[in-house]
Design a protein around this ligand. Structure first.
Ligand code: PMP
Length: 382
């Protein structure tokens, strides 16, 4: 019998059966009254779950489209943009902004650390920035940025639109658009929402919507807020075909989130992150992100001396667990383990037990059960 595969890369994440069923439904017309109602209810729920008094957009696309949509609707060529980068996905904004003719200034941290808020503030004082981007959880490093603290500081810079990349965070790490002073938050369906890839969700504050208006006509078409606003206000309207089955799937994900309770979901992610990271450390890995800025949604363990990345991940896949490799300078030195969305205690135990077996088969000295014991203890204590 084949071992079942658990998809533990940092997105796409495992898709629950009830969500899969929504994707398998017979597709209806986008004007179908039942779909129009489902879509409307989904948008209302998304606004209230993330406390956004502005507007939410749900459009076919991925996280990268969210990045582009955020920039396209808040800046014009020649504007200054500040990019706060904690890794590979923070850096992705550099090319994206440069292509648009923006002046992109970057402040980066060492991989595994965050840029101090005070340093961001000093930089913002240097010139007028139209927008600033912060990646809530950079998937390349497992670093979680203090988005609430940054949001508080941003009150001193009302002319700068505060953009948060929530691709590896939203629905797993606490986010509150209005209370945190976030102007644009975006994510993709395949991460902590536990839906297959295919949807971009973007929340925009009133200030961000006003900024879009003040820009007049923009070069982008499909990702223009102004094109989608009528649809988001009245889901019976058409601009471009909504991803009907994906929207149903997201609605089911939101139903699961509401059933769990968003605060409980955040607490579960935090406990999962802490347990997995402690277990990996007990097995001899070093967690790349420094304590105090570790994500709850994924772990980035650096290999102990003597572990070959390709061999280890191959063995781990044979043991039934799919993980991702390290990026850039950490390629071959680290793996990336997602633990966000709809994963449970059984998954956690299975993952860490398979890591132990893979280490053992790779010839590493490993005390079988050590990592499992740590996870068990966390599960019992919490
Ligand atoms: N930002 C972050 C933090 C991400 O983790 C990713 C994807 N891993 C992206 C942006 C890009 O998202 P996508 O691959 O869905 O385009």
């Amino acid at each position: 019998m084949k071992t079942r595969k658990l998809l533990m890369i940092p997105g796409p994440t495992p898709v629950a059966r009830s969500i899969q069923e929504q994707m398998g439904r017979e597709t209806v017309a986008f004007g179908d009254p039942a779909f129009v109602k489902d879509f409307k209810e989904l948008l209302e729920d998304l606004k209230s779950l993330f406390n956004c008094s502005g507007e939410v957009f749900v459009v076919a696309g991925t996280g990268t489209m969210g990045m582009e949509m955020a920039i396209a609707n808040t800046t014009k060529a020649g504007d200054n943009v500040l990019i706060v980068s904690h890794g590979f996905f923070g850096d992705r904004f550099i090319d994206l902004c440069s292509r648009k003719g923006l002046n992109a200034d970057v402040i980066s941290s060492e991989w595994g650390e965050t840029v101090p808020v005070e340093k961001i503030k000093e930089k913002l004082k240097e010139k007028k920035y139209a927008a600033m981007t912060v990646t809530h959880v950079d998937t390349s490093t497992g670093v979680c940025a203090p988005v609430a603290e940054i949001g508080k500081m941003m009150k001193e810079f009302p002319e700068t639109i505060y953009i948060v990349d929530g691709v590896c965070a939203t629905a797993g790490e606490p986010e509150d658009v209005d209370a945190m002073g976030i102007d644009i938050l975006f994510t993709g369906s395949q991460k902590a929402f536990g839906v297959a890839p295919g949807l971009t969700m973007l929340w925009a504050s009133g200030k961000a919507l006003e900024r879009r208006k003040s820009l007049g006509s923009i070069p982008e078409f499909y990702i223009d807020f102004e094109k989608w606003l009528p649809v988001m206000k009245d889901t019976a309207k058409y601009f471009a075909t909504p991803a009907i089955n994906m929207i149903w799937a997201l609605k089911e994900s939101v139903r699961i989130i509401k059933e769990e309770g968003i605060e409980n979901r955040y607490a579960r992610h935090r406990k999962t992150g802490t347990a997995m990271q402690a277990a990996l450390e007990a097995l001899g890995f070093r967690i790349l992100a420094k304590e105090g800025c570790r994500a709850a949604t994924l772990s980035n363990p650096v290999y102990p001396e003597g572990v070959d990345d390709a061999k280890f991940r191959g063995l781990l896949a044979e043991e039934g667990i799919m993980v991702a490799g390290g990026l850039a300078a950490y390629a071959g030195r680290m793996f990336r383990l997602g633990h966000m969305g709809n994963i449970d205690k059984h998954d956690m135990i299975s993952v860490i037990a398979a890591v132990e077996r893979a280490l053992y088969r790779a010839g590493m000295p490993v005390e079988l059960g050590k990592g499992v014991g740590v996870v068990q203890q966390h599960l019992i204590d919490s």
